[in-house]
Design a protein around this ligand. Structure first.
Ligand SMILES: C[S@@+](CC[C@H](N)C(=O)[O-])C[C@H]1O[C@@H](n2cnc3c(N)ncnc32)[C@H](O)[C@@H]1O
Length: 293
């Protein structure tokens, strides 16, 4: 898998430098405009599918959610900048699975499923995909023997498999065996039906096909709560112990309940609004760190 050298720097990375430049500017209005424009421009320069990448990069800089070799599920991946970040941070032996309701060109190194995440049959399909820890994982090319597959994930799963007396594993342990995911990301926003641009048959710019928010705060909030709750329920089924969760939501009356549910599943829960998130928007993020037992 080839990733542009511009992707490499992890320390003092683009977003940090960019934020430094932005903070030093004088006029607030100008600052806000710069922020918007600079992140958009920088995304294009870095070959990122959208400026949304910087939100995840800032979250990762703060909480270090990614590690090499992880399995990451990116819910609502299109056009794909979060998946690009996940591939970059987990390479060379990680795997990233993106799910989206709209068709979009999969970013390099990402396996994708097109479907409505809220549909039980789509979730069953995703879980079936994830059950095999090697499915969707890039194979490394060895110089001597051509292609070699990577070892399956280790940890609790392996421990249980090794210690198990086939008939004696409990229901809890069976469920734990099914958990192969290290990080669940959800940037899902309720999609709105396409109203223009039908002539454009674009997979590389799915934003031409659907908008992300309605402009109605209550509607955006309610829709995002449904999507976040579904992502959280899914995480409780697939996330390994110690795994992490990031979800975007639109702030409103129900977000405290969501935060409570997150606290039941994770050791630490943070609520934040990264600087690359547009200030006029009601969007914010929850980060759940270290899934409990
Ligand atoms: C803000 S965009 C995601 C941007 C992405 N994180 C990136 O960095 O490029 C939100 C995505 O969520 C998707 N989405 C919304 N509801 C969904 C659902 N029920 N199932 C799957 N995808 C959904 C939309 O189609 C849209 O592509």
């Amino acid at each position: 898998m080839l990733i542009s050298p511009l992707w490499r720097p992890l320390k003092g990375s683009w977003s940090t430098k960019l934020l430094g430049q932005i903070r030093s500017s004088s006029s607030k209005r100008w600052q806000a405009r710069q922020l918007k424009d600079q992140f958009t421009r920088e995304a294009a320069v870095q070959g990122l599918k959208s400026r949304a990448a910087f939100k995840l990069l800032q979250i990762d800089e703060k909480y270090r959610i990614f590690k090499r070799g992880q399995t990451v599920v990116d819910l609502g991946y299109a056009p794909g900048s979060w998946s690009q970040v996940a591939v970059n941070r987990t390479q060379p032996d990680g795997r990233v699975l993106g799910v989206d309701i709209i068709p979009a060109q999969p970013p390099k190194g990402v396996s994708t499923i097109q479907g409505n995440f809220l549909a039980p049959e789509i979730q069953a399909y995703i879980q079936e995909f994830l059950r095999n820890p090697n499915r969707g994982r890039l194979r490394e090319t060895s110089h001597d023997s051509g292609v070699s597959s990577l070892e399956p994930g280790v940890g609790l799963d392996q421990e249980i498999t090794q210690n198990k007396d086939a008939e004696e594993i409990s229901e809890e342990q069976k469920k734990a065996l099914e958990r192969t995911v290290d990080v669940v990301l959800s940037d899902m926003s309720e999609p709105w039906l396409q109203t223009s641009g039908f002539w454009k048959r674009s997979l590389s710019n799915p934003y031409n096909r659907m908008m992300n928010t309605s402009g109605n705060n209550f509607r955006d909030h309610a829709g995002s709560m449904d999507l976040c709750n579904a992502a959280l329920q899914f995480s409780s089924d697939v996330l390994k112990i110690g795994g992490h969760f990031v979800c975007k939501f639109y702030q409103g009356t129900e977000d405290k309940d969501l935060e409570k549910r997150l606290k039941d599943l994770f050791q630490k829960v943070h609520r934040l609004k990264p600087e690359s998130s547009r200030s006029e928007s009601k969007e914010a993020f929850f980060v759940g760190l270290n899934r409990k037992l």
